[in-house]
Design a protein around this ligand. Structure first.
Ligand code: PPS
Length: 386
């Protein structure tokens, strides 16, 4: 009797420990399941992911997909596959999303967030490779098509890029090179680290600073008809500030004389020759690649071929990666490897422009003509803007 009582107690204890293991497993699986379906997003967020909520739904979903992609096939489990990347967030309102001073050290850089899987609430460490300063930078121009170029490049298995704009060489230079390097994703041997910050092109100090880091850095400039670029720039500002004065009142010093106001940044950024001359004081022309923003839309694969050659990469990104999305009116990416759906850029890329009086556009075209010609001369490329 006594012994059978012991057995009952013994079995009861064993059953209890089995049940607690079982319930712990159920809890872990439930947690993972909820995280993977996105419900963990209601959990407290990191500073970075709070900022990410400013983005379009598309881009937030895109981040989650990228994290899931990376979870599906970690490099160590797929030895035959090309090295996979934990990609950074697609940064849509790029010009505004930066590593702000004071926050930069506490807020995770997008890639760092993804490297630890934090945006999905799952701690997955990526300790492969090392963080390096970029060997190639997309330095400009604002509204040229820099986001499209970076996203297209990120399909390449040998390119790893930080998703948001670091603004190191213009705004946060005093944070030091280690801060900058730490923002970068890890790369394996043979992979290129990249970033894009379009405002570098028009920042006087940027070329000297980039050269101080590494004078061998490859520089990519996506250029677009400066008139359309100015309208695109204005459209972006207008979207954030609907009370903005009209384009013509900002572009012209005086509507009766038609004199262009070159102090307006939307106009000034389009003086490509002037900005390039500043860069050429520190870098030879051979370090630059000028990508046509127009051809990036009409022939993305063709432009990507040039970019890959310039970066010394195998031509991996080709026409099989693109399709033209009729609704968006722009090329989008077909299903990238490991993804279940095609990918277009966010709503703030490729948006309709307000109607600008044709005489104002003509006035701007006349204004830019000599600067454009000078730019064609220096770069050795005719972009056909006039
Ligand atoms: N594939 C694709 N999809 C969407 N948009 C595309 C694409 N290729 C180039 N573009 C053009 O990119 C323009 C935005 O340029 P940037 O990415 O350099 O803008 S930013 O400076 O980072 O804000 C954006 O300007 P807007 O048309 O004024 O929105 C687009 O014309």
């Amino acid at each position: 009797m006594g012994c059978s009582g012991c057995r009952v107690r013994f079995n009861f204890g064993k059953a209890l420990s089995k049940a607690s293991v079982f319930f712990t497993m159920v809890l872990i699986f439930t947690y993972f399941f909820y995280c993977l379906t996105g419900i963990c997003d209601s959990a407290p967020r990191t500073l970075y992911s709070q900022r990410a909520s400013d983005r379009t739904d598309y881009d937030v979903l895109d981040d989650r997909r990228r994290v899931l992609d990376d979870l599906r096939a970690p490099p160590s489990l797929a030895p035959d596959a090309p090295p996979r990347r934990n990609r950074a967030a697609s940064d849509d309102a790029d010009a505004e999303r930066t590593h702000a001073p004071g926050q930069g050290l506490t807020r995770r850089a997008p890639d760092s967030a993804n490297e630890t899987g934090q945006s999905s609430g799952i701690a997955v460490s990526n300790t492969f490779g090392s963080k390096k300063v970029p060997q190639a930078i997309i330095v400009g121009v604002k509204k040229g098509g820099t986001r499209a170029l970076l996203e297209f490049l990120r399909i390449h298995p040998d390119v790893r890029a930080v998703g948001s704009e670091p603004h190191f060489f213009d705004r946060f230079y005093d944070k030091g090179l280690e801060w900058y390097r730490n923002l970068m994703p890890r790369t394996l041997d043979g992979q290129i680290t990249m970033e894009k910050t379009p405002s570098y092109f028009v920042t006087k100090e940027a070329p000297g600073r980039v050269c101080t880091m590494n004078c061998q850095t490859k520089l990519i400039v996506v250029v677009r008809d400066p008139v359309t670029r100015a309208v695109s720039d204005y459209t972006q500002t207008l979207s954030k500030n609907p009370g903005l004065p009209s384009f013509q009142s900002l572009a012209l010093k005086n509507s009766s004389t038609g004199v262009i106001d070159t102090t307006w940044s939307a106009v000034r950024i389009g003086l490509y020759a002037k900005h390039l001359e500043n860069w050429l004081q520190h870098f030879p022309l051979s370090h630059f690649l000028f990508v046509s923003g127009e051809r990036l839309v009409t022939d993305p694969a063709g432009e990507m071929g040039r970019v890959q050659d310039f970066l010394g990469l195998k031509r991996v990104v080709s026409d099989k990666h693109f399709y033209f999305n009729q609704t968006k009116g722009f090329p989008c990416l077909k299903k990238p490897e490991g993804s279940s759906r095609p990918r277009c850029l966010g709503k703030s890329k490729g948006r309709p422009h307000p109607q600008i009086p044709s005489e104002v556009l003509q006035r701007l075209r006349d204004f830019y003509r000599p600067f454009n010609h000078r730019f064609y001369q220096i770069s050795g490329q005719d972009f056909g803007w006039d």
